[in-house]
Design a protein around this ligand. Structure first.
Ligand SMILES: [Zn+2]
Length: 352
């Protein structure tokens, strides 16, 4: 019997298109590494940004992907929390747990990690992936929630919760507006309800996503466009919104956030901005507002998994399509024209 030494992988191609290639299987390079055999994966909007050339730090040839669930295949000598055979959730953020940033809870800026998977090292859209600092970068799969739901704990839910809800300082009774109805915007929609906002407004252009937002708990749905600010002001008696979550990352949506933020409110930016935006300090200087920026530190992942296990949060509605890994390119074309296909998250199944 010969042991296979290669694997199939989805790669950022030279011409900006996703391509499927055979690659050598990853090996343990450091005692803190684990090799994980992928079971379930997904595609992130960030992967599409990479393919468009928006992420200068990611070069063609890279295996994409920073989300998923897998089976631990091998571990380095100093990995203590995980062993071969464990089913694990792969965090989008790699954490050494000991550098200055990790010790401050800012693992997104870990000096030997942060967002590296599918970015500066090969990622999860392959049959096997090497996970550095496995003890700080994996979580055990829990019982009581589907694995499709738990894939949302790799990135979507912790990003929505930490960069949207926590950074936005949502409190019981707050009014909340989410500008942008992508998977992370909907992740904010799910997790902000842990704080019982009095008003929860979704603003997006995609009519299907407005419908999904309504089914997930939005109290008001507004189509993004020239009248959106006026509609929000009418809903709030002219006061505006306490927590405005920017989850789109383009100048027009950031402008809208500035128009609808209430006195004393917060604009929490989680959108990935590819170009500069205007800051209207002439209108905001006296309004006692805050603007936050953040990259997810995944410090909330364990807590979110507990809430999933007890049924308090269920992100399964975000998974709209499932593809076998052999159909990975179809998954990319569906996710790439999400509005046409009414897609939110596409699940990649490596087992079928
Ligand atoms: Zn670190």
């Amino acid at each position: 019997m010969t042991i296979p030494t290669t694997m199939r992988a989805l790669v950022y191609g030279d011409k900006g298109a996703p391509v499927v290639e055979d690659r050598p299987r990853p090996q343990i390079l450091a005692p803190t590494d684990a090799i994980v055999q992928m079971v379930k994966g997904t595609i992130c909007g960030t992967d599409l940004h990479i393919l468009k050339g928006d992420v200068a730090t990611c070069s063609p040839g890279r295996i994409l992907g920073h989300e998923g669930i897998g089976l631990v295949h091998a571990t380095g000598a100093s990995v203590t929390t995980f062993k071969p055979g464990d089913r694990v959730i792969i965090s989008c953020i790699t954490s050494c747990m000991s550098c200055e940033y990790c010790r401050k809870g800012l693992a997104s800026h870990c000096v030997d990690g942060g967002w590296v998977l599918g970015h500066t090292i090969d990622g999860t859209q392959a049959e096997y992936v090497r996970i550095p600092h496995a003890d700080g970068s994996l979580h055990h799969v829990i019982s009581g929630a589907s694995e499709a739901a738990q894939v949302m704990c790799s990135d979507v839910l912790p990003t929505g919760f930490e960069c949207g809800v926590l950074s936005g300082r949502v409190k019981p009774g707050s009014s909340v507006a989410i500008v942008g109805g992508g998977p992370v915007g909907l992740g904010v929609m799910l997790t902000t309800q842990l704080y019982s906002p009095s008003m929860l407004i979704m603003i997006t252009r995609d009519q299907n996503r407005l419908k999904v937002a309504a089914s997930l708990g939005a109290t008001h749905c507004i189509t993004f466009g020239p009248n959106a600010a006026e509609e929000v002001m009418a809903l709030t008696g002219g006061r505006g919104v306490d927590a405005v979550i920017e989850a789109a990352g383009v100048p027009g949506t950031f402008d809208l956030c500035q128009e609808i933020v209430a006195v004393g409110g917060t604009i929490a930016n989680l959108g990935v901005h590819g170009c500069k935006v205007d800051l209207h300090l002439d209108k905001l200087w006296h309004k006692n507002i805050s603007i936050t920026t953040s990259l997810v530190d995944t410090v909330s992942t364990g807590m979110l998994l507990k809430l999933m296990g007890s049924g308090k949060i269920n992100p399964e509605a975000l998974v709209t399509h499932t593809f076998r890994f052999a159909k990975m390119l179809d998954a990319y074309s569906t996710f790439g024209s999400a509005a046409k296909h009414e897609a939110i998250k596409v699940l990649i199944d490596f087992e079928s």
